[in-house]
Design a protein around this ligand. Structure first.
Ligand code: NAP
Ligand code: ZN
Length: 350
């Protein structure tokens, strides 16, 4: 059983502390890979801080894993030692229900349901532990190939942030001739701007302040709109075909919905701690669609990685060590990160 070094929290308020966890020896169809980099997603923070309910502690978060295969089971055909691979939000599912066979393993309704990368229970009956660790054992079909042209540290955030934006942008038709707004320029948003631009859409960013204006334009947006100016959302009324909100905190849905053209679609991917309210008239007036989207399946995650490789979509990352995770959480919540913290696991054994 390989022992790996990890960073865990013991409670909602505890700082991260270094620990050792045990991974199972890879079974016949599993791989063990060395995690080289792990992204910090705001979902890790919501979970660790108990904002979505109390998780199982000690908790090792991390669902943006990029690494290198070290060991493969006797029947593994898809991977060999040395391959660059990634894992996102889930590590297993039944594989046979209509959602798994339809490429939406994140909605598995078969026995055991979707097994999340952390805060779940694995097929071995042991609580799952995520990417803030130096290695993991995963069933071969839940691993994605990281294209050679994408460095591992830059690839990590794509495993969640990338697919979470790629999937709704594709599903709802971002492309030539469409005006798309990305709301919130954080870890998810800055990847979404690049993907939507690569799909051919006219991309706008709606952010709270002007601080990230230059970055929006550099990522491929044609305009950056700051809502700190109270006239901004009024000026944007009736503008967009598609809006994707990555907002992690409380905000007003009605004001955003008013920015859609008639027939427009507002997709929420942000998961704030508190419930949101809206006036239903914000939808009926203009036949608008309010939709949600949760990550993407394995095939779509691979498609997204290949798309990003081909179109030069690259997260902008700040690399940190294991001892920096606690402070990094506060910086993410305060929107100070530019634009994704990625943990370098080689710092764990220092
Ligand atoms: P992040 O890096 O913190 O970015 C969130 C951005 O939202 C901030 O940079 C900020 O952008 C904006 N924002 C924050 N609070 C706001 C408020 N009160 N009003 C308006 N805007 C606000 O977080 P992330 O990692 O991108 O994740 C974003 C959200 O998506 C989180 O809730 C996360 O849990 C969720 N998520 C969902 C999925 C899914 O599958 N649906 C997957 C991953 C993450 P500006 O500074 O530009 O205003
Ligand atoms: Zn995430």
């Amino acid at each position: 059983m390989p022992e790996v070094t990890a960073y865990a929290v013991a409670s909602q308020t505890a700082p991260f502390a270094k620990t050792t966890i045990t991974r199972r020896k890879p079974g016949p169809t599993e791989v063990f890979f060395d995690i080289v980099y792990a992204g910090i997603c705001h979902s890790d923070i919501h979970t660790a801080r108990g904002e979505w309910g109390t998780p199982t502690y000690p908790l090792v978060p991390g669902h943006e894993l990029a690494g290198i295969v070290r060991e493969v089971g006797s029947e593994v055909t898809r991977w060999k030692v040395g391959d660059h691979v990634g894992v996102g939000c889930f590590v297993d599912s039944c594989g046979t229900c209509e959602f798994c066979t339809g490429g939406q393993e994140q909605f598995c309704n078969g026995e055991g349901r979707t097994i999340w990368t952390y805060n779940s229970v694995g097929r071995d009956g042991v609580p799952t532990a995520g990417g803030y660790s130096t290695g993991i054992t995963v069933e071969q079909d839940y691993v994605c190939r990281i294209p050679d042209s994408i460095d591992l540290q830059v690839a990590a955030p794509l495993l969640c942030a990338g697919v979470t934006l790629y999937s709704p942008l594709k599903r709802w038709g971002a492309g030539e001739g469409t005006k798309v707004a990305i709301v919130g320029l954080g870890g998810l948003g800055h990847v979404g701007v690049q993907i939507a631009a690569a799909m051919g859409a006219e991309v706008h960013v709606i952010s709270r302040t002007d601080a990230k204006r230059d970055d929006s334009l550099r990522f491929g947006a044609v305009a950056h709109h700051a809502t700190q100016d109270p006239t901004t959302l009024k000026r944007l009324r009736g503008t967009f075909d598609l809006m994707v909100s990555t907002v992690s905190g409380d905000s007003s849905l009605d004001a955003y919905l008013a920015c859609l053209r008639p027939g427009g679609v507002f997709v929420d991917v942000g998961l704030p701690e508190h419930p949101s309210t809206l006036r239903l008239g914000s939808l009926t007036s203009g036949n608008k669609v309010l939709a949600g989207s949760q990550i993407g399946g394995i095939a779509e995650t691979q498609e997204m990685l290949d798309f990003c490789a081909e179109h030069g979509v690259r997260p902008q990352v700040e690399v940190i060590g294991g001892e920096d995770i606690t402070a990094a959480y506060d910086a993410v919540v305060n929107a100070q990160v530019r634009y994704r913290y990625v943990i370098d696991t080689s710092t764990f054994d220092a």
